[in-house]
Ligand binder design. Structure first.
Ligand code: NAD
Length: 441
């Protein structure tokens, strides 16, 4: 059992902290957000993740986890401090490392015994060398401190499962001491560990995320061509998926990737390459395709409808994917403002993301348009002139094609997630536009 502190209680930090407690370590989670800390102490998860709250309550009751804003008390006697604070995108696409720097400074001022600092946040290659130097420069006590890289691969929506059953744990270290300590901390998880040097570990994270983003953009590019040549991208993906070299995951065409990782990690790697005088052409292409893909359906619908002014527009799904309340880089955030600018009367449904969305677009009049948040799909579709599907929530997939025909004033559906088959929409008499497939008109 090790004494572990975790800096940052977002998707990465909180889930890591709870899972470390679950396997028997003594964990203190630190966050600067006092409200969040109080919420967590009361047994409530500040983020929506399946199974997280139950594990928080179980481990809090067993006194294996606690939450605090007092970083000094959490860091001073820790065997290891995991950093999971954000590394958001700067305007130029590079990663903003100011949160990491603040934590590094706080660690340097707090630690009173030898300690391994483990960076889980996604950081540009070489950052952890600098973090180690930075901590050593500001150290107050005479202790040994080293920095290791341990990038995180969880996917939001299945974060707890992905952590407890990870396909691999990547550790990047520069000494036997650091490598062995991290191995021991992860031993109870009983998962495959890949041990490499620190820079390779940092690179593995970007190379993995950007490969997945590339795969998505590639399929979207192919989907757009499918439409032009009369092929069906879902059949194409099915045919491709039997090839073990391609695999059967991440072949779904749609309105592009969002979330807190792919958009920023593609731009960050492109930026890292640029700084080294290299143009990462493949990743740049993935970024460009994704940018256009997000508003593809809006553009199609604009041509079909001339204007959205005064139309009742049903929006199904706001989050960047199902199973999360996260809106970062979601397609809805690009499309809803375009619709509002045109004077659309939007009725938006999302099972968990509506209150976060309302912080950006409050209910009621928004410029020329109007937005109302509804609690079920039926209310959104009722008398609607047009419907956009942005997120494939189970509640949205459960809507039968006949319901669009029955409830909408004009059954006109733009599906960004290819939920329905062309045949069933045709049979139900719905005008249906999706991605990379023939339209039903
Ligand atoms: P997040 O924004 O959800 O959470 C960050 C938390 O850190 C916030 O609660 C914030 O209050 C807290 N914080 C900021 N400064 C602090 C400080 N000085 N001390 C303590 N807490 C502080 O971030 P996230 O989505 O969990 O991502 C964190 C990192 O992990 C990023 O680098 C991200 O790229 C990476 N990552 C994210 C995911 C994901 O799916 N979200 C997956 C893999 C990797």
């Amino acid at each position: 059992m090790y004494k572990i502190a975790v800096a940052g209680t977002g998707y990465v930090g909180l889930v890591a902290g709870v899972c470390f407690a679950e396997v028997g370590h003594q964990v203190t989670c630190v966050d600067i957000d006092e409200k969040k800390v109080n919420v967590m102490k009361s047994g409530v998860s500040p983020i929506y993740e399946t199974g997280l709250e139950k594990l928080m309550q179980k481990n809090y009751a067993a006194e294996r986890i606690d939450y605090t804003t007092d970083y000094n008390s959490a860091y001073k006697n820790a065997d290891a401090i995991f950093i999971g604070v954000g590394t958001p995108e700067r305007r130029d696409g590079s990663a903003n490392l100011s949160y990491i720097a603040t934590v590094a400074r706080q660690i340097a001022e707090s630690i009173e015994k030898d300690c391994l600092v483990v960076v889980k946040s996604t950081v540009p290659v070489g950052t952890n060398d600098k973090v180690e130097q930075f901590i050593q420069d500001f150290l107050v006590n005479d202790v040994k401190v080293e920095v290791a890289s341990n990038p995180e691969f969880l996917a939001q929506g299945s974060a707890v499962h992905d952590t407890l059953h990870a396909e691999r744990i990547i550790i990047g270290t520069e000494s036997k001491w650091a490598e062995e300590l991290l191995m021991k901390i992860y031993k109870p998880f009983n998962l495959p560990i890949v041990s490499v040097n620190r820079r390779s570990a940092e690179m593995i994270k970007y190379a993995s995320n950007d490969f997945l983003a590339l795969k998505i953009s590639y399929m979207n590019d192919i989907a757009n061509l499918c439409e032009l040549v009369g092929a069906d991208v879902q059949d194409v993906a099915k045919g491709m998926s039997y090839d073990a070299r391609i695999g059967n995951k991440f072949l779904n065409a749609g309105i592009g990737y969002g979330g807190s990782c792919f958009p920023k990690d593609t731009k960050a790697l492109e930026n890292i390459a640029k700084q080294h005088g290299y143009e990462l052409r493949t990743v740049k292409a993935a970024i460009d395709v994704n940018k256009d893909q997000k508003t593809l359906l809006y553009k199609k619908a604009s041509k079909r409808l001339i204007t959205f002014n005064g139309l009742k527009v049903a929006v199904l799904g706001l989050t960047f994917k199902p199973g999360t309340d996260d809106l970062r880089e979601a397609a809805s955030l690009e499309n809803v403002p375009l619709l509002l600018e045109q004077g659309a009367d939007i009725y938006a449904y999302d099972p968990v993301g509506a209150s976060n969305f309302a912080k950006v677009h409050p209910e009621g009049k928004n410029g020329k348009g109007n937005i109302t948040y509804v609690t079920n799909v039926k209310e959104a579709l009722d008398s609607a002139n047009v419907c956009f599907i942005f997120t494939e929530w189970g509640e949205v997939k459960a809507v039968t094609p006949g319901k669009y025909r029955e409830l909408m004033r004009t059954p006109l559906v733009y599906d960004g997630r290819n939920i329905y088959s062309i045949d069933e929409m045709k049979e139900a008499g719905v005008e249906y536009h999706s991605i990379g497939r023939k339209a039903v008109e």
